[in-house]
Design a protein around this ligand. Structure first.
Ligand SMILES: *[C@@H]1O[C@H](CO)[C@@H](O)[C@H](O)[C@H]1NC(C)=O
Ligand SMILES: *[C@@H]1O[C@H](CO)[C@@H](O)[C@H](O)[C@H]1NC(C)=O
Ligand SMILES: *[C@@H]1O[C@H](CO)[C@@H](O)[C@H](O)[C@H]1NC(C)=O
Ligand SMILES: *[C@@H]1O[C@H](CO)[C@@H](O)[C@H](O)[C@H]1NC(C)=O
Ligand SMILES: *[C@@H]1O[C@H](CO)[C@@H](O)[C@H](O)[C@H]1NC(C)=O
Ligand SMILES: CC(=O)N[C@H]1CO[C@H](CO)[C@@H](O)[C@@H]1O
Length: 314
């Protein structure tokens, strides 16, 4: 009867653990408006973008777009709005007092509470073991260009590194390799050192649901994934991520959006050719990605896997 034990354990954890604390909820509430986006009211700080307003680059689906069905279960009434985030040729971010980021085109949403993203928020989201949930879907009317690299979800400490990220497209290389690169069409979860932990084809009609579990103390990552209404499944067991820095220096903003890297411009000097932030080729096309189901939870009570279930996956 030994084989029954894991099953019984799973049932027990399902019945005892009915809720797990949500530490920050980026599932855009139905009352969130585009005016709120422009003033960073609500869960998103929207200042990392080009010269236009946030609502030029982002829109909310109201009740006409269907978010990931993972968090509504059999009741298909949406409880959140789809967030559509786009870039165009004006999406050149100019950090305060610094050079325009002419190599990138980017629109980032950053986890915040009415614009506040401080150490208190980092300590809440990024200590112990926390779960970063997000779902992405293609915008088939404004597709990404798989010949470029995109970084679309990540946590960024002050050193500019990524604790983990979700990447799409052909990784930037100098010199430019085959385009699109093999696997360019995959969604890739990468660790701090840039190793791919999990990849799956970015089919355009599905919601792709992810949960990345970060153990901030032992510095490891685990990944859960599903498509559409299927409950999240473990796809990567906890894996060391020791190049990430421990403690507060390793904490940072939780970003999601569209960050498009350039291609090498052979007209630039050799050192500028590696400066993807400021140099390189961009076509200036309008492209977008859809988001829903973005939130962070404390895993002390288990991991929400969708359809009302909470499990202890490890
Ligand atoms: C939306 O409604 C909730 C609940 O009434 C409220 O707490 C929140 O402040 C509202 N959000 C916005 C952006 O108006
Ligand atoms: C895109 O923006 C860059 C930088 O501002 C500019 O040099 C370029 O001419 C623009 N391209 C198009 C197609 O508008
Ligand atoms: C998670 O919950 C546990 C148990 O309630 C608590 O001790 C811990 O501080 C929480 N962690 C975070 C990051 O909120
Ligand atoms: C996609 O990027 C490649 C490489 O820069 C470029 O040749 C191609 O024209 C781009 N496609 C579109 C639709 O902009
Ligand atoms: C997911 O959707 C399919 C098709 O609508 C349905 O048959 C299935 O029961 C759903 N699964 C869950 C877990 O809700
Ligand atoms: C999967 C994995 O182990 N990723 C990286 C985590 O950090 C260590 C230490 O730097 C790297 O060696 C691993 O490649």
């Amino acid at each position: 009867m030994k084989f029954l034990l894991p099953f019984i354990t799973a049932i027990v954890s399902l019945s005892i653990v009915t809720a797990t604390p949500v530490l920050w909820d980026g599932r855009a509430p139905l009352n969130l408006t585009v005016a709120d986006l422009d003033s960073s009211i609500g869960p998103f700080l929207t200042v990392v973008k080009g010269s236009e307003t946030a609502s030029h680059y982002a829109s909310l689906g109201g009740d006409s777009q269907i978010p990931t069905p993972l968090w509504t279960g059999s009741d298909t009434t949406p409880t959140e709005q789809v967030v559509s985030i786009s870039i165009d040729n004006s999406s050149v971010f100019v950090p305060g007092g610094s050079q325009p980021q002419l190599g990138f085109r980017r629109t980032d949403f950053i986890a915040a509470n009415n614009g506040v993203h401080d150490q208190t928020l980092f300590d809440s989201l990024e200590t112990g073991v926390t779960e970063f949930h997000f779902s992405v879907k293609a915008d088939t009317t404004r597709p990404l260009n798989f010949s470029h690299e995109y970084q679309v979800v990540w946590i960024e400490p002050n050193d500019g590194s990524h604790v983990f990220d979700l990447q799409i497209g052909s990784p930037f290389t100098n010199p430019t390799g085959q385009l699109p690169s093999p696997g360019a069409h995959d969604l890739k979860i990468r660790d701090h050192a840039g190793n791919v932990l999990f990849r799956t084809d970015f089919t355009s009609t599905s919601w792709h649901n992810f949960a990345v579990q970060v153990d901030w103390t032992s510095r490891s990552l685990a990944v859960l994934y599903s498509a559409d209404n299927a409950s999240l499944q473990v796809v990567t067991q906890p894996t060391p991520n020791l190049s990430a820095t421990g403690g507060s220096a390793g904490q940072g903003d939780y970003h999601f959006g569209v960050l498009k890297l350039p291609l090498v411009n052979s007209a630039d000097s050799p050192s500028n050719q590696n400066d993807v932030v400021h140099f390189g080729i961009q076509e200036g096309t309008t492209e977008a990605l859809l988001y829903s189901g973005v939130f962070v939870e404390n895993t002390s009570g288990g991991v929400s896997v969708g359809n009302g279930a909470v499990t202890n996956p490890f």
